[in-house]
Design a protein around this ligand. Structure first.
Ligand SMILES: [Zn+2]
Length: 281
């Protein structure tokens, strides 16, 4: 296990915090920001993947709403990381952030990567959280009803253990960026590094309770017993089957879309950052 938990990023200064963007006030009762052309985003992803030598697998070979998995394996890899996004169709910043990262292709050397760049393309077309049948895919991992989650789980079963997994989301109610960390074995955490890096460009949600969970400095570390929970999000499935460490990133979607995309890209880069690894390209 080669986690790099050194605090390499400084927290935002007071002056910088005062200049941070503010909420737009658009999200009354739901997300009311802009949508995205998910088909165009996915075309860009496939183009980036082919250009940079990634393997492309089709999880759901639907003509209108295909779901892909991308992977990049390198000789002598020291870490295996997994990223997914786009499971909620009213959270556009995640797919845009992953698309940007794939296009820029500035991943660390010696890291094997698996990326699912959009789990719910139909939700984006319909501009809704759920899939076309009204299923919240991120509650469907314990007794899966949707063909998407069943296909995703079958694909995951063929992949190796990941050092950590990252799920990119947005929250329409949040006052700022926050994240969940599932880390049952107490491995070195990168959560504070992520908050410090992201906090330089967007407010952090410092609420003591977020989404019903106790939170501190924008970090939620839920103490959960998966067996007691009737519905599993993707992150619990991952921690029960594929990894022992997950981060769920939550950008606040009442801010400008570009600011949210930048926050998620910054968070991913903070998770990838490791002093003893040189960036490629
Ligand atoms: Zn979400």
């Amino acid at each position: 296990m080669n986690f790099c938990g050194e605090p390499v990023l400084r927290a935002a200064t007071r002056d910088a915090v005062d200049k941070l963007p503010a909420r737009l006030g658009r999200n009354q009762g739901a997300y009311h920001g802009e949508g995205i052309d998910i088909a165009a985003v996915l075309r860009d992803n496939l183009e980036s993947a082919r250009q940079h030598g990634w393997t492309v697998e089709s999880l759901v070979p639907d003509v209108r709403y295909p779901v892909y998995a991308l992977s990049r394996r390198v000789p002598g890899a020291r870490r295996r990381l997994y990223f997914s996004t786009g499971i909620h169709g009213d959270e556009p910043a995640g797919p845009l952030a992953i698309s940007q990262l794939l296009r820029e292709n500035r991943w660390p050397a010696e890291v094997d990567l698996w990326v699912v760049p959009c789990l719910n393309p139909e939700g984006f077309v319909l501009r809704q959280r759920t899939n076309g049948e009204g299923v919240d895919l991120n509650r469907d991992y314990r007794q899966p009803r949707s063909h998407t989650v069943r296909a995703h789980i079958r694909w995951l079963e063929r992949q190796p253990h990941f050092d950590f997994a990252v799920c990119l989301h947005e929250d329409w109610e949040a006052h700022g960026f926050y994240l969940y960390e599932l880390n049952p074995d107490g491995e070195p955490s990168l959560a504070e590094n992520v908050i410090a890096a992201v906090g330089a460009g967007i407010p952090i949600d410092h609420s003591p309770t977020i989404d019903g969970w106790p939170a501190r400095g924008g970090i939620i570390r839920p103490q959960i017993e998966p067996a007691d929970r009737p519905e599993w999000p993707e992150a619990i499935h991952l921690v029960m089957n594929q990894t022992r460490h997950s981060y769920t990133l939550e950008a606040p979607s009442d801010f400008e879309l570009g600011v949210r995309v930048r926050a998620l890209v910054t968070a991913v880069e903070a998770l990838l950052l490791c002093r003893d690894e040189e960036r490629v390209n």
